[in-house]
Design a protein around this ligand. Structure first.
Ligand code: GDP
Ligand code: IMO
Ligand code: MG
Length: 431
């Protein structure tokens, strides 16, 4: 396998965990480069389901080294809990995982600030995962973040005192909520010292050495292009870049290390959290549509991290085309095709319309996107089951026609097709 960046190209939850897990045996290294415990990546192997938030999705494979890069934000309690669950299942995590000395830590005051902001915004909230992602990335950019390497720094106490004082000032004076206690922060720091320091490494150096030795690298993205802080539906986005370019800066490697970019997307669209979603059909807040409800129920569309119901809608080729461009996607991995089985017709949004004008690209302004209505192409559905199909020959003609049209309107070839949650439910279309 070529060195591949695997990223989500809708609003997250496209099935990255499944795809990375199934590609991992072909890679020697799997590396996460951005995001944090806001991610929830699901792996299904037979009757066993594993949901990973911070640990890379290659962890179940004996010969794969898993790396967490400098571009991520790591919550010590979350990753330690995840590690313990995996260790309990017999996975030797400490042998397979290394964490960048430069990665930022999410501390309890980041979560408190995330929660206070969302509560204060009320109806206008972003609908974050509440994991402290935004505040942790803000501290990084403000040059006051606490990194894993700081666990060894004699200046750590003073740095935490200063950060906590500033955050508590905001919490108590502006948001009028309780401050965070220092002992809570110290307990997390102690956990990080004990459990994460032994895994700390110069991840960029490891990648360079492995690459030089001819090893194959698989880069695992979190979230999706429409949640990218620059190219997503700003401000209804996450606080990191999620496009392929982020893999380079988030791990400390150059573009020469990357051969391919795999854009992972569902055969329809989902979103969890607030913000524009032009092809939305159905949500838990009362938007009703038969096909949208069908996707939500059959696709079991509930967040892997928060359990929140996901909003659903038709496949949006304007979104995917945008992602193909800004992330340099070389091949599409379409997931959850099986969820569309049984619908009498399926739709593809090929453009938007706003004020009587046809748009082929995504407007930069969220309000402008909100004002767009989808221009649909309607195709025949299929009654046959595609669930678990492993070859194109098993697919009905209508499903093949749908995929072909996706390739045409997204201007990108489909190289993988997922037909169920299990690792084995896959069709490889590589030439
Ligand atoms: P990620 O965040 O991109 O890794 O995706 P999530 O794990 O949050 O959500 C994807 C969900 O869809 C998980 O429950 C997967 O088990 C499931 N899934 C992935 N691929 C398929 C597929 O092809 N068909 C079906 N029915 N489910 C799938
Ligand atoms: P994976 O990796 C889906 C969404 C949140 C919210 C916005 C900002 O599983 O695809 P944040 O907590 O990051 O500040 O929230 O981003 N969001 C995700 N949606 N999948 C994810 O990750 C997400 N991570 C964040 O719902 O709208
Ligand atoms: Mg997810």
């Amino acid at each position: 396998m070529a060195n591949t960046i695997a990223i989500g190209i809708q609003w997250g939850d496209e099935g990255k965990g499944k795809i990375v897990d199934l590609l991992a045996p072909r890679a020697d290294v799997v590396a996460r480069f951005q995001g944090g415990p806001n991610a929830g990546h699901t792996l299904v192997i037979g009757n066993e389901k594993t949901v990973l938030h911070l640990v890379p999705s290659g962890i179940l494979h004996a010969d794969t080294l898993c790396l967490i890069g400098n571009g991520t934000v790591v919550a010590p309690e979350t990753i330690i809990e995840e590690m313990d669950t995996l260790i309990g299942a017999g996975i030797p995590v400490d042998e397979r995982l290394r964490i960048s000395d430069r990665c930022q830590l999410i501390l309890p005051y980041h979560r408190a600030l995330d929660a206070a902001r969302e509560a204060a915004k009320g109806k206008g909230r972003i609908g974050t995962t509440g994991r402290g992602i935004g505040p942790a990335y803000e501290d990084k950019t403000a040059r006051r973040g606490i990194r894993l390497i700081d666990m060894l720094s004699p200046g750590l106490d003073a740095k935490i005192a200063e950060n906590l004082a500033w955050t508590n000032f905001q919490l108590t004076e502006y948001f009028k909520v309780d401050p965070v206690d220092r002992t809570e922060v110290d307990a997390v720091i102690e956990m990080a010292r004990q459990r994460l320091l032994p895994l700390m490494a110069d991840v960029a150096l490891i990648l360079h050495q492995r690459h030089k030795a001819g090893d194959t690298i698989l880069f695992e993205g979190a979230q999706g292009t429409m949640l990218d802080v620059d190219f997503g539906t700003y401000p209804y986005v996450t606080s990191s870049n999620t496009v392929a370019g982020a893999a380079l800066a988030g791990l400390g490697v150059g573009p020469g290390m990357v051969d391919e970019v795999l854009g992972i997307c569902k055969a329809y669209t989902t979103r969890v959290g607030a913000g524009p979603f032009p092809t939305e059909l159905y949500n838990a807040d009362g938007m009703e549509d038969e096909a949208g409800r069908y996707m939500a129920e059959k696709g079991q569309e509930f967040g892997s991290t928060t359990g929140r119901p996901r909003r659903t809608g038709w496949f949006d080729a304007v979104v995917v085309r945008h992602a193909v461009r800004v992330a340099g996607v070389t091949g599409l991995a379409i997931t959850k095709l099986d969820v569309l089985d049984g619908l009498p017709e399926v739709k593809l949004c090929v453009a938007y319309e706003r004020d009587g004008e046809r748009l082929e690209t995504i407007p930069a302004d969220a309000a402008a996107l909100e004002a767009c209505t989808p221009v649909y192409e309607t195709l025949s559905g299929w009654s046959e089951s595609t669930f678990g199909a492993t070859s194109m020959a098993q697919l009905p003609a209508a499903a093949k026609a749908f995929l072909q049209r996706i390739e045409e309107v997204c201007e990108c070839p489909v190289t993988m097709l997922s037909t169920g949650p299990d690792r084995g439910h896959i069709i490889h279309l590589d030439p």
